[in-house]
Design a protein around this ligand. Structure first.
Ligand code: PMP
Length: 414
């Protein structure tokens, strides 16, 4: 048994999340699907409501007080996010709807302008579809080729293969910081420095990392970093692309429309400064402001404490889950080298059946391919169950998960 020395008092944290007070099917809600989307603390919900109730107006346009208030709150959120990931300037922070849009922005803008036949895009076998499909679409248009770094049976990146595949043909490496299935934390700093040696740039998919680890984009040395606000206590429809300023400046716009221009004639358009060049149209204003409040919330609790709490939770979950007969856990990275994600199957029980059974006990887990079909194929499975943890989860919830899984095993007659 692990000693219960929680560095963060999740019972206190839980009080900030109204949804965690509700019941489902007459049972206390146990939410173990934060890798899909996190729950939202009251301060974030209040911030969105306050925007609509008190100063709802479009940004960067109105000459009246509430429009100025909206603009300054929106820009203050950008500052907070820059600080949260240690970006050198708020001009390097582009608001998007999430990681997917951030990666598409880079693929279409940078990729379209820079990739040619004979160039290579280096991905890994553990990427989410969001970091595969945009590159395929751009590869088809430019003639560039996709190469894939394999993973080991332990669910770690095969770094020898990475070095072998990293030739001067590679123009961009697009890699996830933390796998949404295996939980593996990839050595992104080392990947960036090796990629730079051959003249390639690196995009890091931080969807599963920014909510859980302290992030310093300058220390990582990445050229782009994408994240989803809704996985880090922020509203849905909020996300961020960090980009190196010189790269963003050299890139053509992704979407065209209002706000991203300086002058427009029917013959020619000139574009706005960063980051507005990449924010065409009315942005998700309330969502960005809500994300700023989420960042304040996480910062106040402390990303180091959140990380330490999740290491304890995942270590405890791995230890307890291993007690279940016939369980297969995917990925053997030790707790210190993984995020708060555990993917598993129990014998022949279909993960969707497990998830439905658990739902009747008030427990929310994810079942399916987790938008990582190539990774599923690597482990020769169609789907897995996945429990994922965040700052508001407790060891008692993991006990409840294990107890319900044991019941499921009996119910499905193993
Ligand atoms: N990458 C990873 C690793 C993810 O886990 C996810 C979300 N499941 C995404 C990208 C896509 O994020 P979003 O749906 O917020 O755009």
């Amino acid at each position: 048994m692990l000693v219960k020395t929680m560095v963060l008092n999740a019972e206190v944290v839980r009080k900030d999340f109204p949804i965690l007070q509700r019941t489902v099917h007459g049972k206390r809600l146990i939410y173990l699907d934060s890798a899909a989307t996190s729950q939202k603390p009251k301060c974030v919900i209040d911030a969105e409501r306050e925007f609509y109730e008190r100063y709802n107006a479009n940004v960067h346009r109105g000459a009246y007080l509430i429009a100025e208030e909206a603009t300054s709150a929106y820009e203050a959120a950008r500052e907070k996010i820059a600080k949260f990931i240690n970006a050198p300037s708020k001009d390097c922070i582009v608001f998007t709807r999430g990681t997917t849009e951030a990666i598409n922005l880079v693929a279409y803008s940078w990729g379209w302008a820079n990739l040619r036949e004979g160039d290579e895009i280096l991905l890994t076998e553990m990427e989410h579809h969001s970091n595969i499909v945009p590159w395929q679409l751009i590869a088809q248009r430019t003639g560039a080729k996709i190469k894939v770094v394999p993973i080991t049976d332990d669910g770690l990146l095969d770094l020898d293969e990475f070095e072998r595949l990293l030739t001067e043909r590679v123009k961009i490496v697009a890699v996830t910081h933390v796998s949404n299935v295996l939980g593996t934390i990839n050595p992104v700093q080392e990947i960036c420095s090796k990629a730079h040696e051959v003249g390639a740039i690196v995009l890091v998919d931080g969807a599963q990392a920014a909510p859980h680890l302290p992030i310093d984009v300058q220390a990582i040395g990445c050229d782009f970093y994408a994240l989803s606000g809704h996985k880090m206590c922020g509203p849905t429809g909020s996300g961020v692309l960090y980009g190196r300023k010189d790269l963003l400046e050299s890139m053509p716009p992704f979407l065209g429309g209002g706000e991203m221009i300086r002058t427009v004639t029917f013959e020619k358009t000139t574009f706005n400064d960063l980051p507005y060049k990449f924010e065409a149209g009315t942005p998700p204003i309330a969502q960005a402001i809500g994300l700023g409040v989420a960042v304040d919330y996480l910062t106040k609790i402390g990303m180091g404490r959140i990380r330490a709490h999740e290491i304890e939770l995942v270590a405890y979950a791995l230890e307890r889950l291993k007690e279940i007969d016939g369980i297969t856990i995917y990925g053997f990275a030790p707790p210190e080298q993984r995020g708060g994600v555990v993917a598993f199957n129990i014998g022949e029980i279909h993960p969707h059946d497990l998830a439905t059974f658990l739902d009747a006990h008030g427990i929310c887990i994810r079942a399916g391919h987790h938008c990582a079909q190539p990774l599923m194929r690597r482990f020769d499975v169609a789907a897995t169950a996945r429990a994922s943890f965040y700052l508001y989860n407790t060891q008692e919830e993991i006990d409840a998960l294990v107890e319900a899984l044991e019941k499921a095993e009996k119910f499905f007659g193993r």
